[in-house]
Every structure is written in C-alpha cells, then in structure tokens.
Design a protein around this ligand. Structure first.
Ligand SMILES: NC(=O)c1ccc[n+]([C@@H]2O[C@H](COP(=O)([O-])OP(=O)(O)OC[C@H]3O[C@@H](n4cnc5c(N)ncnc54)[C@H](OP(=O)(O)O)[C@@H]3O)[C@@H](O)[C@H]2O)c1
Length: 306
C-alpha cells in the first residue's frame, strides 16, 4: 500500500479534474481542494502555491480547451493560456520536488493523416490538423516539457493522451461545446420547441471515439497508482460510433420526435478518429461505463442544471 501522498489535480474545478479527484477519493486518497488552485498563468502564484502546499503527486488536467468555434475565435488565447499553465505547473512541480506527475495531453497532438487507430509512435509523422493548430502546439509543448524533465532529471513525470471525453460538467454552450454536448443541447431545445426536424452538420458518417469522463479519470488514477512509462500513452475506449449513430442514440435519450437531416454542405472533418489504446489495455485497464449509459447520465446532469 502506498503511503498517502499529497495530491494536486490542476484543473480540479471542471468535469475532468473533479472526476479525477472523485476517482482518487474512491481509491482512498484525498486531493488538495480546488479552491486553493491559483491562476496557473501567473508564475509567482503557482510557485507560492507549490511552496506552501508541497504537493507530492500532480495530475495536470488544466488549461483552455473548446470546440472548433473557440479554436477559430481565440487561437492566441488558447496557445498562450495552455503554454503558460503547463509551463508553470510542470516547472514548479519539478523545482518543489513532486514525486510523480501525469500530464494529460489531447488526441489533437497526433497528425491529421495519422493511420487509424492512432498509435503513440505516429506523433510527428506528418502535419497537424490546421483548425486547432494553436491548441495542439501548446499541448505538444507541455508534453515535450514533461518528457524532457523526465529525461534530464530522471523524475517520474508521465504523459497520457486521452481521447475525446464527455460527461457531467461538460460545456453545453453553442460557442464552446464539443459534439456530444452540442447535439444534446440542440435536441433538447428542438424537443421543447416542437421542431419537426433538426439539421446535423456533415454526412453523419464520420466516426469518433468517446470516453465517459469517469472512465478517463479512472484510467488516470490507475496509472498514477501503479505505473511509470516512457513517452505518451493513449487513453481510449477502442471503439468508435458514427455521428449518425450518436444522433440516433441522443434522439432516444432526449425524446426528440422530429426527423434528423444531414447538411452535407458542411464538412465532416476526418472520416474516422480513434486511438489505439492497446498499450493501456495491456497494463490491465478497461473502461467500465457503456457509451449509452454515459450519454444518459450526462443528459440527466444537463437537465438538472437547466
Ligand atoms: N475535452 C476533451 O475532450 C479533452 C480531451 C483530451 C484532453 N483534454 C485535456 O483535459 C484538460 C481539461 O480540458 P477540458 O476540455 O476538460 O476543459 P475544461 O472543462 O474547461 O477544464 C479546464 C480546467 O482548467 C482550469 N483552468 C483553465 N485556465 C486556468 C488558469 N489560468 N488557472 C487555473 N486553472 C485554469 C479550469 O478552471 P476554471 O474553470 O477555474 O477556469 C478548469 O478546471 C486539458 O488539459 C485538455 O487539454 C480534454
């Protein structure tokens, strides 16, 4: 049994960070309260926090992220905030002697044309997706800082690449939501308005991998509790659904009785995007929340917030 470490989850106020805190709690470990988290863009504040709290384990789940809208609207904010937050946290974690760290990157660090399912070693094989380049480069910079600290100083700093996640705490706003939150919010509004149909961008044929937020958190804690590894490690479910299949599932969950139409003048994006998570599976981890069940829980949470 590991002696109880002092744990800091950067980004603990939102969906993923708070799920990681809950997963640690289930494993018998408490985390520093997220109310203590300083503005991570402020180096002095981050240093003062690490000096005062001396966290021994750090999970980095912070930063600014969003859908295609935010990526188009605010690329400078995205790259700056993510560079600053990751640099300050990783640097302070090293200088103030954190024993173990997990940096959560994002699947956008892989090339646009990576062979599917995407293996960890396909990083840097060809150019990145241009629509979220600023965000992706900042996530890559954090990843490389983590890798370099491990290489140069021999610290137990590790990198994981979670697939798209969804769940309670997601952003459902039209400006910042990802596809699951966006479709849920639009279908609920269409149901309330009695709309006869709802148009979905693209052909509906694009296939995407999703993981329920508690499963991502469970994987993060599983890795923190028992593993140390070189390079990035994918966290995914290993299966994908088409946007049309997702829309049909959400139609049932939201009780939308209108027709779903597909606006084929809008882009599909990549035909398929799925991570190869066989390395993680080989360590003995598997997701436990079925996709439909995760969608139902997320929708219930969304209705409670409304
Ligand atoms: N969304 C996905 O599908 C996905 C997939 C793979 C990886 N990730 C990674 O997971 C992490 C969380 O992303 P998310 O999409 O879940 O975003 P999110 O819900 O907006 O969470 C971001 C967290 O970072 C905190 N944060 C942002 N700027 C901060 C600052 N300047 N100082 C202190 N805290 C700050 C936020 O706190 P406040 O609310 O107080 O601002 C929040 O707790 C990111 O590292 C992202 O790259 C996300």
């Amino acid at each position: 049994m590991i002696a109880a470490p002092k744990i800091f989850v950067a980004g603990g106020s939102k969906a993923l960070g708070s799920a990681i805190q809950r997963a640690f709690a289930q494993a018998g470990h408490s985390c520093l309260a997220s109310a203590l988290e300083p503005d991570l863009r402020n180096q002095r504040a981050v240093d003062a926090f690490f000096e005062a709290q001396q966290p021994e384990w750090v999970v980095y789940a912070a930063g600014k992220a969003g859908g295609i809208g935010l990526n188009r609207r605010a690329p400078a904010d995205l790259i700056l905030d993510n560079l600053l937050c990751a640099t300050h946290v990783l640097h302070a974690a090293h200088r103030f002697g954190a024993r173990k760290l997990l940096y959560l990157a994002s699947s956008c660090v892989y090339p646009k044309d990576a062979t599917q399912p995407i293996q960890e070693d396909s990083m840097y094989g060809s150019p990145l997706e241009p629509t979220n380049l600023a965000y992706a480069v900042s996530k890559l910079a954090g990843l490389e800082l983590c890798r370099a600290l491990r290489q140069q100083h021999g610290v137990d700093f590790n990198i994981a690449v979670p697939t798209n996640y969804f769940g309670p705490g997601d952003d459902f706003s039209p400006e910042n939501s990802h596809v699951v939150g966006a479709l849920m919010a639009r279908m609920r509004a269409a149901t309330a308005a009695g709309d006869p149909d709802l148009a979905i961008w693209g052909t509906g044929k694009a296939r995407r991998e999703f993981l329920y937020v508690d499963d991502v958190a469970d994987a993060a804690v599983f890795l923190m509790l028992g593993h140390s590894w070189e390079g990035p490690l994918n966290i995914g479910s290993g299966s994908a659904v088409s946007i049309a299949e997702l829309a049909q599932m959400l139609k049932a969950i939201t009780n939308f009785s209108g027709a779903l139409t597909y606006d084929t003048s809008k882009p599909d994006g990549m035909p398929v995007k799925i991570l190869d998570s066989s390395r993680l599976a080989g360590l003995g981890w598997a997701p436990s929340v079925p996709f439909a069940e995760g969608l139902r829980r997320t929708y219930d949470w969304y209705l409670q917030q409304k």
